[in-house]
Write a protein that binds this ligand. Structure first.
Ligand code: HEM
Length: 505
């Protein structure tokens, strides 16, 4: 009869248990997204570890005990380091540094729950990095501004293609000079000055609307930003060249964003820019971002930092606005009465009604969507120890300013979990209450563009169509944002001929 050696079995179990957090992580689908090499390497290591344990158990049982002891020490250390109170005597904030369990990783309210449990400053492990989370815009602004020399944004992979870096990641005098240039290239009147073309582009897209929402909106937004930045419409042969090139510099492609493929594509976009700069009138005169940039400094494109900032700004801008619009559609599909109210207002001939701040319902829907869902967390890295209240954030840690969480916990908002665009009726909130576009001197330069395009999108859509959801699923974490499920799909239903003709007037 087979005899079971329970002691050996216990030693093997301890060894396997020590590897459990890694096994659990590798079972998460998102770890394998973009064909992750790290995940493949971790799997190989895990396999080697399992082989070592089995081989040791069979051929060297005494060594197995040494392995089990090392595993036991590892497990004890893990529980020590991941308990909520770890490091409190050294001034570390409360909260666990354990890797997120699958349940936590798929819970959009996870950080909000930790804020409620631990208070406005707590620690987490974010992408294997210890991070201090800060909830509350006042304290966060104070932290960012009084430690501007110690807290810098962590550059994304594409940053290496820009000599002095992308504006978001620049600092000091370089940042101030580059920011000034782009601030004047993104005037508040930009969208209005290009309204006819942008609305025509939207109508064309809605007429052939198909497939999941995200790619459809992203592609429409790319065409709109190419028009807004460079004055190029889709029927221009250069539009196809830009589409192909931008396909290779997508910032969402974490594997290739910093590589040669992107470098070659950048050279192709630069050819188009050189062509446009030689004939600015073709680029839409001063009414495009490029035109305004050249009007301020005719040789602006000779500076590769400015040139590449322009290229990547078009890329990030179209994705940011598209992300917002996908959320707007999702939220309106979950809150139909607001979509119906908007349709009813747009069906009445004449300009849509506005409040005392000059905002219509479409504007308020955008503001409320940004508050609830499309508020990025701001991420920085501590170059040296940083103090926040009684807590010490050690050098090398990430600092995560939880904008969305404060929007959902701030007492300035009644029933913050309820979608209510009219909380913005005749009301503007302070930046310490509401800040979807950032808090410090890196605040968004495209806020007005995003708001104007968002309103235009809603007016064109609900002035002519109704919609129904034909596919949906749970919200997902897309790497830096929570987003509606990739399968989310809507069908556009033309309004009655009477409504449609009223809307067209
Ligand atoms: C809904 C859409 C958008 C959202 C939610 C958004 C959000 C933000 C946030 C939160 C920041 C600050 C990042 C930080 O402090 O680390 C930022 C910076 C920035 N945004 Fe936006 N943005 C949007 C659209 C746009 C558009 C359309 C443009 C350009 C046309 C734009 C250009 C910029 C630039 C250039 C910066 C960096 C400014 C600097 O570092 O000085 N954004 N954005």
């Amino acid at each position: 009869m087979l005899e079971i050696d329970f002691e050996r079995l216990a030693a093997v179990s301890i060894c396997f248990f020590a590897a459990w957090p890694l096994v659990r992580r590798l079972f998460q689908r998102k770890v394998w997204k973009n064909g992750s090499r790290k995940a493949a390497l971790a799997s190989l290591l895990l396999l080697a570890y399992a082989t070592l344990i089995v081989a040791t158990a069979v051929y060297a049982p005494m060594a197995l005990w040494a392995l089990a002891l090392a595993a036991l020490i590892g497990i004890s250390l893990y529980f020590w380091v991941t308990r909520d109170n770890f490091g409190r005597r050294r001034g570390l904030p409360p909260g666990s540094l354990a890797p997120a369990s699958p349940a936590k990783a798929s819970d959009q309210a996870s950080l909000l729950k930790q804020f409620r449990k631990h208070g406005p400053v707590f620690k987490v492990l974010a992408r294997y990095q210890p991070a201090a989370c800060v909830v509350g815009h006042s304290a966060a602004t104070e932290l960012l501004t009084s430690n501007a020399d110690k807290l810098a944004a962590v550059p994304a992979a594409y940053n290496k293609h820009i000599p002095k870096g992308f504006l978001r990641y620049m600092r000091g005098a370089d940042h101030a000079a580059c920011r000034r240039k782009f601030q004047s290239a993104l005037p508040p009147s930009l969208v209005q000055a290009n309204e006819a073309d942008l609305r025509a582009l939207l109508r064309e897209r809605f007429a052939s609307w198909d497939g999941p929402v995200d790619p459809a909106v992203t592609s429409a937004l790319f065409a709109m930003m190419v028009r807004l930045f460079l004055g190029i419409m889709p029927d221009d042969p250069r539009a196809a060249k830009l589409r192909a090139a931008y396909g290779n510099i997508a910032i969402t492609d974490k594997v290739h964003a910093g590589g040669d493929r992107a470098a070659n594509a950048l050279a192709e976009v630069e050819e188009v820019l050189a062509d446009l700069a030689g004939r600015p009138a073709v680029g839409g005169g001063t009414e495009t971002v490029l035109g305004a940039l050249l009007a301020g400094d005719a040789s602006a494109l000779d500076d590769p930092t400015v040139r590449r900032n322009l290229i990547y700004m078009l890329e990030t801008a179209h994705r940011d606005v598209s992300g917002m619009i996908v959320w707007v559609l999702k939220i309106l599909s979950d809150n139909r009465p607001w979509a119906d109210q908007l349709r009813a207002e747009l069906a009445v001939p004449g300009p849509a009604p506005v409040d005392g701040k000059g905002r219509g319902l479409a504007d308020r829907i955008i503001l409320e969507t940004l508050r609830m869902e499309r508020s990025e967390y701001l991420s920085r890295k501590a170059a040296s120890d940083v103090q926040i209240g009684p807590f010490n954030i050690p050098k090398g840690w990430r600092v995560r300013i939880c904008i969305r969480e404060w929007h959902r916990a701030n007492p300035a908002f009644d029933e913050p979990g309820t979608f209510n665009p009219d909380r913005f009726l005749d009301r503007t909130f302070e930046r310490t209450d509401y800040a979807p576009f950032g808090l410090d001197d890196h605040r968004c330069l495209g806020q007005k563009i995003a708001a104007d395009i968002g309103r235009m999108f809603l007016e064109e859509l609900f002035g002519t169509y109704d919609f129904e959801v034909i596919r949906d699923g749970p919200v997902e974490f897309g790497g830096s944002h929570w987003q509606p499920n990739r399968a989310f799909q809507i069908r556009l239903i033309p309004a009655t001929p009477a409504e449609a003709s009223i809307a067209a007037q």
